[in-house]
Design a protein around this ligand. Sequence first.
Ligand code: SF4
Ligand code: SF4
Length: 385
Amino acid sequence: MMTNNKIFFASARAKEFDYNHSFVAKFEEVLERVDLSKFFNEKDYVAIKTHFGSYGAHRIIRPIFIKKVVDKVKELGGNPFVTDTVRIPGLSYLEVANMEGLNHLSVGAPVVLADGIFGMDKVTVKAGDILGEIGVASAIYNAPSMIVISHCKGHIASGYGGAIKNLGMGAISCRNDCGQAERGRIHFAQNIRLEWDKEKCSYCENCIEVCSHGAIYKGVITENIEVDYEICVKCGRCARVCKEEALTLPQSEERFQKGLSEATKAVINTFELGTVLYINFIVEVQPECDCMPMADTPVVQDQGVLVSDDIVAIEQATLDILRKAPLLPESKGYESDVGEEEEPLAAINEKHPQWHIDYARELGLGQKNYQIVEIEQKPKKEKEN
Ligand code: SF4
Ligand code: SF4
């Protein structure tokens, strides 16, 4: 644990006309100060877990920052790979990563799917009361060390998605051994199904269009909206796009928020203590998750980056920063009913992200107190004679 639960912070502002004051240079300095060598041994594989984005959602972590992490890990003798799990069919998801600029050439390391191209490569581990067991994506399970680079933004079910969401959903395999939803069990339980209300349905077919797995369709004879649960991954995108509220997810928010933290714990437990580092980018804070088919404009100005080895502290610090950030005009934050000092993503999505952070603390994943150490600039190099 870093001394006094220290969280390094670099602001996104660059106030001087000088490389050493740039956000990129300050991030390099944060990586220097954190001393990444403590988190892995030479020759270790280091999973760099991020989110690859989506067709239409372009606000992911820019490759330059991922490359900085890759370069540092390599400099220290580690073997980094950049990874995420299947959201849409695997090969299409790799195309998305490439389209977003995440590829071996841009980040300097292999870009791979942790649960394989079919989203079924996993190791089942014990989770908790809500999930029972859960499948951790194999490449993450087997990696001895991990750096979790999270884009902080909104989320349909948890309100806010940061490091806990990046692991609790993003490090879990898409499917189980039978090809059915594994990660989706966090969205809604195995025995629970999407509910469709014929009276409310306008037959716009938006739900069918948004499903990248082809799991939802209009019945040929009945013309009812039907779901094939053999292939549905329970991502919830179809319910999200239904403006008529004809298609709904019958799930309690409390179960989801707790399930998310439970799955996060299951993932973290596959690593030895002191081998996981968290990097939260509070930039391009859009109201939706990066797996949605679009990305709205940011709700607050770019704030910066936080780096810590405590997932609870870094998530709490992120929410605290968001709570204090002024809402941007012409954004969804500005249009929504966000109270003073209220966390904007929670208010916009009408959810309680603090619940999953508090539950993560209850599960022993970290502490809520922290001390911010701000890096103002990268020191200039001494000139050689
Ligand atoms: S999106 Fe909603 S209203 Fe449109 S077809 Fe699907 S269930 Fe019906
Ligand atoms: S939840 Fe909806 S969008 Fe997601 S896979 Fe199932 S049917 Fe498709």
